[in-house]
Design a protein around this ligand. Structure first.
Ligand code: GCO
Length: 456
């Protein structure tokens, strides 16, 4: 069975990773501009000052998407480009950039899907405590209002926050991403609570002020657990392990999604996290649990588990020897795009949208001037076949945004890892569609049918 006729095929990017930093053109600095200046923070000592220069090249980049027949584009807005200090003054040229970008997208037949926050927090807000300062929730709502008032007449769907697990866990606990702090677990759960509040307040602003009806969600990340075998005990163990953290970890799916979809923190994690848990104020959980239209999920891989032979409890299982790995050394586990949507849809009852999926490879332009990336085509084919199987078994899945349209600044890895369907030469800014770009064009045109060449 092919994908549903109305299935949303798209690609995704993020402001700091492709635009070029805003601080040179009237915007402010973000925590990523700050973090990139820290010696050793970025593996290749690079930064996002220029990146893919999308700020100046958006017309040709949109034309690329249109020529490839890509109908949906998930972009993020740079908070400091629009509000240099995060609050107060607006950089009119920054807001005008997104105004022009959305007009260009629609003129070329591409629907815009907007992420409000993809990690580039204004430094001025960070210096006031950032996510640790409860005021951030109202400040984020004010920023949301500026964006909604300007752009909502053209936005197909909104995602409030991208991957709080990363910007809180990696940025504030592990310290390997911006702002590069190392807080206690208690502190990052408090920061996470403020991020959840910011999410809820932003949803309220969108619902109250959007100029047209739009779907609203968010884009958390996390590895679903996948069963080592299809034995019911292993499947039950994978489901259990996906939602019940066995340790104090910021990567718990339920810790983030239960407040958003159920209005309360999960009982299991409340026990495991103990006295580190933040104390919500009156009304907090109601604010956080604003109704959403879809369950967004960034899924790249699954964590393999099996059932303990006696207790049935989930225990970590080794991937088969020689499992394929990406340039990040992430295991290639297509079944993550079957089990993840299945488990998330079962628990939260919302249509699932894969807001990110893709593979990092260190690919290059071959002597024939093309970029041959058969591994990306195979990776995407396997993951999409798994997603199609879930759909055929009744899991509601509304869309898929491939990460990413183009090679870009891969955070602490700098420009070493390439995720794009389109190759970017960072010296010349030349874009070269890879073989996978043309494959994705044909996949979209066939609504997934080319995944079954035998049926063509
Ligand atoms: C993330 C971010 C993207 C990454 C991509 C590859 O999921 O970490 O949303 O910005 O670039 O996922 O790591």
């Amino acid at each position: 069975m092919p994908f549903p006729q109305e299935f949303l095929w798209g690609v995704a990017t993020a402001s700091y990773q492709i635009e070029g930093s805003p601080y040179k053109v009237g915007g402010g600095r973000s925590v990523w501009d700050m973090f990139c200046e820290r010696p050793g923070a970025i593996r290749d000592q690079s930064n996002g000052d220029v990146a893919c220069d999308h700020y100046n090249r958006y017309v040709s980049d949109v034309a690329l998407m249109s020529d490839l027949g890509i109908p949906n584009y998930r972009l993020s807005v740079s908070w400091p480009r629009v509000m240099p200090d995060g609050v107060g003054a607006i950089n009119s040229e920054g807001l005008a950039f997104y105004d022009r970008l959305l007009d260009e997208l629609l003129a070329k037949g591409v629907q815009p899907h907007v992420t409000l926050f993809h990690w580039d927090m204004p430094v001025e807000l960070y210096l006031k405590g950032g996510w640790l300062n409860r005021d951030i929730a109202d400040v984020f709502a004010d920023y949301t209002q500026v964006i909604v008032d300007k752009l909502s007449d053209r936005v197909a769907s909104w995602m409030t926050l991208n991957e709080p697990q990363c910007f809180i866990g990696l940025g504030m606990q592990a310290g390997i991403q911006a702002p590069g702090d190392r807080h206690s677990f208690k502190q990052i759960l408090l920061a996470g609570h403020h991020a959840l509040l910011a999410h809820g307040k932003a949803v309220q602003v969108i619902r109250a002020r959007s100029a047209k009806p739009a779907r609203v969600g968010w884009a958390p990340v996390g590895n679903p657990c996948i069963p080592q075998t299809n034995h019911p005990a292993d499947i039950d163990a994978a489901r259990e392990a996906t939602f019940n953290a066995q340790e104090k970890t910021i990567w718990s799916h339920s810790w983030w999604n239960d407040p958003v979809f159920f209005g309360g923190y999960p009982q299991h994690e409340l026990r495991v996290f103990g006295s580190d848990v933040p104390e919500p104020r009156q009304g907090d959980m109601e604010t956080i649990a604003q109704p959403l239209d879809f369950f967004g999920a960034n899924i790249y891989m699954g964590d393999m588990v099996c059932a303990h032979p006696v207790t049935g409890d989930p225990i970590p299982a080794e991937y088969p020897q020689g499992t394929g790995r990406t340039v990040y050394h992430w295991p290639v586990t297509p079944e993550a795009l079957y089990w993840g949507p299945k488990f998330f849809h079962e628990r939260y009852g919302k249509p699932v949208v894969i807001t990110e999926n893709g593979i990092g490879i260190s690919d290059w332009v071959a002597l024939d001037g093309k970029v041959h990336d058969p591994q990306r085509i195979d990776y995407l084919s396997r993951y999409l076949l798994a997603l199609e199987q879930a759909i055929n078994e009744g899991v509601e899945i509304d869309g898929y945004f491939q990460w990413s349209l183009m090679d870009n600044f891969e955070w602490q890895e700098g420009y070493r890892f390439r995720f794009g369907l389109v190759h970017v030469d960072y010296q010349t800014q030349k874009r070269t569609p890879k073989d996978s770009a043309y494959w994705y064009r044909d996949l979209i045109a066939s609504n997934g049918a080319i995944l079954h060449p035998e049926a063509l």
